[in-house]
Design a protein around this ligand. Sequence first.
Ligand SMILES: [Zn+2]
Length: 55
Amino acid sequence: MKQVKCADLGNDCDFVAKGTLEEVMSQVADHATGVHKMTITDDVVAAVKGVMTEL
Ligand SMILES: [Zn+2]
């Protein structure tokens, strides 16, 4: 299982996404666009993958 902490993306936020790669990317995309008004660009996807950890 993979995990991404929103705080590791530079946000003051305690959201954590967990699951498969597809689930984590989907959860982060929904959260980032809905809560942080971010646009999911290739750079954002790369950043998310960069802070992703294996559980
Ligand atoms: Zn967040």
